[in-house]
Design a protein around this ligand. Structure first.
Ligand code: SAM
Ligand code: DTB
Ligand code: SF4
Length: 341
């Protein structure tokens, strides 16, 4: 029988999980994964940057911060029609959730009705909706919920004691406050972080410990491998051992058994074999589509083939199960059959 969810992890307990022999950790994580989820189903979201670049914040990893010379051009908020066109394409390609990102510190009052109109239109296509717009006030969270938003993404990004080395323009507590507003409005929470920013194992444990000790486990937990972008302060930093990334996913699965754990940014730089290990360790969600916000994601043909080779199927939304996963399975099986014939 699945164990009760815990919210009282201490740091040493989480570090002890990281310190398990790799195979023992993966075996335990996979057992918990299979007890709570179909281990052959992966939730598929498509990401769109609806307002790109020009951000006043100083997040050391981010290509959209105005102060870094990364070549990302600042753009205005996209129109409802332009977003809808991209959402229709994402749905046709097999995504069940459409995630919209804006390079804002926080939305202004005047932005909320515009984003609400976008959310309403995308929701009308029968897609789940997610937005990530920066810090959020309680009344803004409520307006977005009323417009049909399902999830709000706001990451803790790192352990509390490492955060100050990465971001100076807002506090860890600001993030926790936004998460309170999101949860209290009835929105589902998507919250995770980034690894490979020069943090220690104890600090990776600290990120996961903080996530698991929130009043509710986030329904969706994106674990991003830092995508190093030229011009950002973190470009050129020593790369994290990929097996340590797998350990991070496995520990996330053990701490938050019912959450969807997303193998998030960084897949373009990963081998198929590494991604397969991530799915075994408990990852059951990805971003699908050739772009994340500003950086490259694996092309859809590669992902379709990977799903076919690993016998993975996209998790379907119950109410739209007949329509949402049109392309992602069938063409891949043909590709795979052709390549193994
Ligand atoms: N501006 C909003 C905010 O920061 O809350 C929303 C968009 S922001 C780009 C969303 C998340 O993307 C960040 O919290 C971070 O976790 C992730 N991210 C940004 N740049 C990244 C990178 N180079 N590699 C991995 N993850 C990244
Ligand atoms: C999340 O945790 N990762 C996504 C999504 N939430 C918004 C963003 C990844 C961004 C990677 C860098 C870029 O493409 O700009
Ligand atoms: Fe701005 Fe978000 Fe990038 Fe930070 S992560 S610089 S807040 S867009």
């Amino acid at each position: 029988m699945p164990a009760a969810l815990r919210h009282d992890w201490n740091r040493d307990e989480v570090i002890a999980l990281f310190d398990l022999p790799f195979n023992d950790l993966l075996a335990r994580a996979h057992a918990v994964h299979a007890a709570h989820h179909d281990p052959n189903a992966v939730q598929v979201s498509t990401l769109l940057s609806i307002k790109t670049g020009g951000c006043p914040e100083d997040c050391a990893y981010c290509p959209q911060a105005q102060r870094y010379q990364t070549g990302v051009e600042a753009q205005k908020l996209m129109s409802v029609d332009d977003v809808l066109e991209r959402a229709r394409a994402a749905k046709a390609a097999g995504a069940s959730r459409f995630c919209m990102g804006a390079a804002w510190r926080e939305p202004k009052d005047r932005d909320i009705p515009k984003v609400a109109a976008i959310v309403r239109a995308v929701k009308g296509l029968g897609l789940e909706t997610c937005a990530t717009l920066g810090m959020l006030k309680a009344e803004h969270a409520q307006s977005l919920k009323d417009a049909g938003l399902d999830y709000y993404n706001h990451n803790l990004d790192s352990a509390p004691e490492f955060y100050g080395e990465i971001i100076h323009t807002r506090e860890y507590q600001d993030r926790l406050d936004t998460l309170d507003h999101v949860r209290e409005s009835g929105l589902k929470t998507c919250c995770g972080g980034i690894v490979g920013m020069g943090e220690s194992r104890s600090q990776r444990a600290g990120l996961l410990q903080t996530l698991a000790c929130l009043p509710e486990h986030p329904q969706s937990v994106p674990i991003n491998m830092l995508v190093q972008v030229e011009g950002t302060p973190l470009a050129g930093i020593e790369k994290l051992d990929p097996f340590e990334f797998v350990r991070t996913l496995a520990v996330a699965r053990l701490l938050m058994p019912e959450s969807m754990v997303r193998l998030s940014a960084g897949r373009e730089q990963m081998s198929d074999e590494l991604q397969a290990l991530c799915f075994f360790a408990g990852a059951n969600s990805i971003f699908y589509g050739e772009k994340l916000l500003t950086t490259v994601n694996p092309d859809t043909a590669r992902d379709r083939e990977l799903f076919a080779r690993l016998d993975l199927t996209p998790l379907q939304l119950e109410e739209t199960s007949q329509t949402v996963h049109a392309d992602i399975v069938e063409p891949a099986r043909e590709t795979s059959a052709a390549s193994t014939a």
